[in-house]
Design a protein around this ligand. Structure first.
Ligand code: 3PG
Length: 471
C-alpha cells in the first residue's frame, strides 16, 4: 500500500510520549481505510498525491507522519492513529499546528467523513505553554472556598442581551445577595449601544461593593471583553487601570476568536494577574457533523494556553454531550494523567507538572433540580452556572440564586435536594417548577462504562463512530 509513492503504514511503531503527537481519527471514504490513512498521513506531513522528486532520506526519516494503528470497521471506514514527530512542527505556533494536522486533510475528496477525536500532546511540546495562572486553587483563594471545597456557583444574567447597565447590575446584585459567587455576561453581550461595556462594568463594580458589604464575601464578575484583538487589549488595560484583579474574571469567547489571538490575549491577562473565563460558543459548528474535531482537542489547548475556568457543557442539561464525554472534558481540565478509553475515542496523555488544573464550568440549562446530578458527574471542583434556572425561578432572581446555593449546600451536607427542600422553600419551589434529576442515573452510566471498557471498545470497533456507546 502506498499513497503518492510512499507508504506511511508503520504498525510496529510505538509513539514516544515525550516526543510524538498522536492523533486519533475516525474516517470513512470511497477508497480502502488503509489508503485513507496514508492519504491523511501524507497530506498532513511531508507528502502529496504523487511521488516527489524533491523528497530525500532526511525529510522522510525525520518529518513524516506514521500510521501506527488502523481499527478497520468496514473496508472503507475505521479508526486511525497517526504519530507525528515533534520536529515536524513550529513549536511556538499553534496556527502552524492547526494547518498541519487539522488542515487540508478535511478537504480530501476521497473522504465522506473525517473526525478528530483526540490528540495527545507530548510533554516536550507542552514546555512552551504556561497553563492557567490561577486555575482551581487561585480562583478558590479569590472566593475563599479552599476550606469548604464546595463548587462555585454562578449565573449568566438574562435576558442574554437587552438590559441597560443599571438593570443588568441590579440583577447581578440580587444574584450575589442570593448567595452566588459569580455573575457573568452572556457570550453575545459585549458593548452594544443599549448596554455599553464600560457603563455595565462601573455599575456592576458598585453592585459587587454593595453586595460584599452585606454578605461579607468577595464576589466575581466574568466580564466579556471578546472583540477584535486591539479592543480586547484596550479593555484589559482599562480593567488593570481600575485595579479590579480581585473581582474581575476576564471573559473570552475563546473558540470564535481563534487560538493564536487567544494566546496573545492570555499573555496580556497574565501580565496583569487577571483570571480568565472561557466560553466555547461556536465550537459545535465543527463538532457535530461528518467532518469535525472533538472538543477534547480544544479543551487541552485552552488549559495549556492558560484559561482559568472553562465551559464544558453539563452532560445532564440542555447542551449536547453525553455524561461520559463531559466527564472526560472535566478530567482534561483538572487531572494530570488521562487514561485511554477507546470506546470514548480518547487517548492517554500526561500534562506537564507546571500546567495548573483549570476549573471546569457546568453551564447550559442548569437549575437547582439538576445540581445533584451535575456534581455527581463533575465532582466538587467545578463551577455550576445557571441562567434561566436562576432568573426563571417563580420567586425571582434572588430566590433563584438561593435555590442554587441551597442545592449545593444539600450536596455538601450529604442530603438529597428533595430532602433538603423540606426546610428550604426556595429549593422546594425550584424542584416543583423544573423537577429533580436523580444523580443515580449518571452514576450508573459512569459505573457501567468503567466496568465494561473492553466490551464498549469492541462495539465501537464493530459499529463505528456513529454507533459509539458514549458520544
Ligand atoms: C451559557 O452561557 O452557558 C448559557 O447562556 C447558559 O444559559 P442557561 O443557564 O439559561 O441555559
Amino acid at each position: 500500500m502506498a499513497y503518492g509513492g510512499y507508504s506511511y503504514l508503520d504498525y510496529k511503531y510505538v509513539p514516544d510520549k515525550d516526543n510524538d503527537f498522536v492523533v486519533l481519527f475516525w474516517a470513512k471514504g470511497s477508497v480502502g481505510i488503509e489508503k485513507i490513512a496514508e492519504a491523511i498521513a501524507a497530506e498532513s506531513s511531508v507528502g502529496s498525491w504523487t511521488k516527489l522528486n524533491t523528497m530525500n532520506d532526511r525529510v522522510w526519516k525525520h518529518y513524516r507522519a506514521r500510521v501506527c494503528w488502523v481499527g478497520k470497521v468496514t473496508p472503507n471506514s475505521g479508526f486511525i492513529k497517526i504519530a507525528y514527530p515533534l520536529e515536524h512542527f513550529d513549536l511556538k505556533n499553534i496556527s502552524q499546528f492547526q494547518a498541519s494536522v487539522l488542515g487540508n486533510v478535511f478537504g480530501l475528496k476521497e473522504l465522506d467523513e473525517l473526525y478528530v477525536f483526540d490528540i495527545s500532546f507530548p510533554i516536550t511540546y507542552q514546555r512552551q505553554f504556561s497553563g492557567p495562572l490561577k486555575g482551581v486553587g487561585g480562583l478558590r483563594r479569590m472566593v475563599k472556598t479552599i476550606k469548604s471545597g464546595r463548587p462555585h456557583i454562578g449565573t449568566i444574567v438574562k435576558p442574554k442581551v437587552g438590559l441597560t447597565p443599571k438593570e443588568w447590575a441590579h440583577v447581578a446584585y440580587e444574584a450575589y445577595m442570593g448567595g452566588l459567587d459569580l455573575v457573568k455576561d452572556d457570550e453575545n453581550l459585549v458593548d452594544q449601544d443599549f448596554c455599553k461595556w464600560k457603563d455595565r462594568l462601573h455599575e456592576t463594580v458598585k453592585a459587587i461593593e454593595r453586595a460584599g458589604d452585606e454578605t461579607g464575601q468577595n464576589h466575581l464578575y466574568s466580564c466579556n471583553v471578546s472583540d477584535r484583538y486591539s479592543r480586547m487589549i484596550e479593555r484589559i488595560d482599562y480593567l488593570n487601570e481600575m485595579g479590579l484583579q480581585n473581582n474581575i474574571v476576564v471573559m473570552l469567547d475563546v473558540y470564535v476568536m481563534g487560538m493564536s489571538t487567544l494566546q496573545d490575549v492570555l499573555e496580556h491577562t497574565k501580565k496583569y494577574n487577571f483570571a480568565t473565563h472561557g466560553h466555547r460558543a461556536g465550537y459545535a459548528a465543527v463538532n457535530r457533523g461528518n467532518f469535525g474535531i472533538n472538543f477534547q482537542v480544544y479543551d487541552k489547548f485552552y488549559r495549556l494556553l492558560g484559561i482559568d475556568q472553562m465551559h464544558i457543557g453539563t452532560g445532564v442539561a440542555k447542551m449536547e454531550g453525553k455524561p461520559l464525554m463531559i466527564k472526560r472534558l472535566h478530567d482534561i481540565a483538572d487531572q494530570f494523567r488521562l487514561d485511554e478509553k477507546m470506546y470514548l475515542g480518547s487517548l492517554p496523555m500526561e500534562f506537564a507538572p507546571h500546567i495548573n488544573p483549570m476549573f471546569s464550568i457546568a453551564s447550559g440549562g442548569l437549575n437547582a433540580g439538576i445540581v445533584d446530578a451535575a456534581i455527581a458527574l463533575h465532582g466538587k471542583d467545578t463551577i455550576l452556572q445557571a441562567g434561566a434556572g436562576v432568573h426563571g425561578h417563580p420567586g425571582g432572581t434572588r430566590k433563584g440564586a438561593m435555590s442554587m446555593r441551597q442545592a449545593v449546600d444539600a450536596v455538601m451536607n450529604g442530603v438529597s435536594a428533595p430532602e433538603y427542600a423540606k426546610k428550604h422553600p426556595e429549593l422546594a419551589q425550584a424542584l416543583k417548577t423544573w423537577g429533580y434529576v436523580n444523580p443515580q442515573g449518571v452514576l450508573k452510566e459512569l459505573e457501567y462504562a468503567t466496568k465494561n471498557t473492553e466490551r464498549l471498545t469492541q462495539i465501537a470497533l464493530k459499529k463505528g463512530r456513529w454507533k459509539m456507546a458514549s458520544i
